[in-house]
Design a protein around this ligand. Structure first.
Ligand SMILES: Cc1cc2nc3c(=O)[nH]c(=O)nc-3n(C[C@H](O)[C@H](O)[C@H](O)COP(=O)(O)OP(=O)(O)OC[C@H]3O[C@@H](n4cnc5c(N)ncnc54)[C@H](O)[C@@H]3O)c2cc1C
Length: 500
């Protein structure tokens, strides 16, 4: 390791902060990482309860070892290990059809294991049983779709460009929503339902808002890499492995150290002041605290007015709110280590409850079974189940009560699907927006960070370099594409490459 380099302060040890700290320390810089919490990892964190290894959120990682996490781990010579599975997901579609998803859509086992469901779907479709009669909205949508529909050849060419991850085509697709893109190609309700649910899973934004370019980049990479999985030892092992490499290489990690202000003099970041009043000087400050909080900490007066207005106008993703269940025996026995409930709702309105209020009768459920991925996530013979449902983000009394009502119904639905669970719950706990907000220190409990919606992805994504000289951003709010933590890790790689 080179002696010298720049004195760099990183604020926050989320995946983005931990990743960039490890990468820059490995390149010979002198990095100090300041984290306000008594634990590292931000939203990608896990803890122990009665011998269970519990995710503080509800995580699966779309590209595992072949994605951005694996890339950082290799560059810093980390010790991160991955677990994958085939099939990786088991779906209950519309309360009727059971579908297993394999890592590759061309895996012959996929066709074989889903043959019975496909025949059932086809029969129901022929007998017109599945959708009921179209109402006015559905009819309007049909007209809208027909007016926008691509020819078969246009759709085929689009698919080829997406499969090659053609950068200029994806930039073009950043300007339209996934809903608009899909309606140009298909009217198939089941396909659209699957895509609306997948968009919510990957970006936590409803598909009429999510950028088609961003979504298709994420999905194409998942199918090309075929390594969706989880780290051995729980989600915290991702930032944990980066930080072990960071400390091994001589980096300094300070937990329970909140940054109050970023010191800016003569248009340049000079260091930080901590909540305890300590001043720490640096050549560069890299903030993982989110773009809005970073501008506040550095003082709005130090940025051009139009930049401040742009930052204030940026929107966040929605939240995922969770119930975790420690079961006293293994109850759920599925072909895959994760379960999804895909409601039979109009795909254009599947997540309207997030905008209009209310509780979905049949909620979309994202339910990884961590102890099916990694037996060490639960004591022998027991099972850990984590259920996530999309929710609002502002933390206030009404929304907290609303989250509780959404979770009441989600829990009820899970018990309807797996009736044996109820009598084997050893413990259960809920974590939602207030919990996420307390981890990040924000007044909101968004799942991802900035929403990957039209106008906020690709060329519209905030750049890691801010208008204040020497002040950089890292994490989901800066520079990269991808799913949640992978976006944060991609940002770390990007920033480290720019800084050298
Ligand atoms: C319930 C839930 C489910 C999720 N599911 C998935 C999933 O399945 N797959 C996936 O890839 N992603 C998922 N995500 C999203 C993912 O966890 C986040 O997008 C990602 O971890 C964000 O990383 P980050 O580096 O941007 O920052 P964060 O995790 O937000 O970390 C920021 C860090 O900065 C610290 N900090 C802030 N201010 C200060 C300050 N002033 N001084 C010092 N430190 C400070 C915070 O304490 C925190 O540690 C999920 C998130 C949640 C909440």
């Amino acid at each position: 390791m080179a002696v010298g380099g720049k004195r760099i302060l990183v604020i926050g040890s989320g995946v983005g902060g931990a990743g960039v700290a490890a990468l820059l320390q490995a390149r010979g810089h002198r990095v100090t990482l300041l984290e306000k919490n008594g634990f590292y990892g931000g939203k990608c964190w896990s803890f122990e309860r009665d011998g269970f290894l519990v995710d503080s959120g509800v995580h699966m990682f779309s590209m595992g070892a072949s994605g951005q996490h694996g890339d950082i781990n290799r560059r810093v010579r980390g010790d991160l290990e991955w677990l994958t599975a085939q099939p990786s997901e088991h779906l209950l579609v519309g309360g009727k059809y059971r579908v297993n998803l394999y890592q590759s859509p061309f895996d012959p086992r996929m066709a074989l294991s889903n043959a019975a469901s496909q025949i059932k779907m086809l029969r129901d479709r022929l007998l017109r049983r599945e959708n009921g009669s179209p109402g006015a909205t559905a009819l309007q949508n049909e007209v809208y779709r027909a007016s926008k529909r691509n020819t078969f050849l246009e759709s085929l060419l689009a698919a080829a460009k997406i499969a090659r991850l053609n950068p200029s085509y994806l930039v073009e697709l950043d300007e339209i929503s996934l809903q608009e893109f899909l309606h140009r190609i298909t009217d198939d309700r089941t396909v659209l339902q699957g895509m609306a649910a997948l968009a919510m899973l990957l970006t936590v934004v409803p598909y009429h808002q999510v950028s088609a370019g961003e979504f298709l980049w994420c999905v194409t990479n998942i199918f090309q890499k075929k390594t969706l999985g989880v780290p051995r030892g729980g989600s915290r092992e991702i930032p944990g492995s980066f930080l072990r490499a960071f400390l091994r290489d001589g980096g300094e990690l300070r937990l329970n150290c909140e940054v109050k202000n970023i010191v800016v003099r003569e248009g340049r970041a000079r260091g930080v002041v901590t909540a305890d009043g300590e001043e720490i000087d640096a050549d560069l400050v890299i903030s993982n605290a989110g773009i809005k909080r970073t501008v506040e900490m550095a003082g709005e007066e130090n940025f051009p007015e139009d930049y401040v207005a742009y930052v204030k106008g940026l929107k966040y993703s929605y939240s995922f709110i969770t119930v975790k269940f420690g079961l006293d025996r293994r109850v759920i026995d599925l072909p895959a280590p994760s379960f999804f409930n895909i409601p039979n709702l109009d795909p254009d309105h599947m997540f309207d409850y997030l905008e209009r209020g209310g509780v979905p009768e049949d909620p979309f459920l994202f339910t990884p079974l961590p102890s099916e991925w990694d037996p060490y996530a639960a004591p022998p013979g027991k099972q850990l189940v984590i259920m996530g449902v999309p929710g609002p983000i502002e933390v206030n009394r009404e929304n907290v009560e609303w989250c509780e009502r959404i979770l009441d119904r989600a829990e009820e639905r899970l018990m309807e699907i797996f009736p044996n669970m109820a009598s084997h719950v050893q413990w259960k706990m809920r974590t939602h927006i207030a919990h996420t907000a307390s981890i990040t220190g924000k007044p909101t409990g968004e799942c991802i960070g900035l929403a990957q919606c039209v106008g906020q992805t690709g060329v519209h994504k905030p750049a890691p370099r801010t208008p204040v000289e020497g002040l950089w951003l890292v994490g989901t709010d800066a520079g990269a594409r991808g799913v949640g933590t992978e976006q944060a890790a991609g940002s770390a790689l990007y920033v480290a490459n720019l800084l050298g």
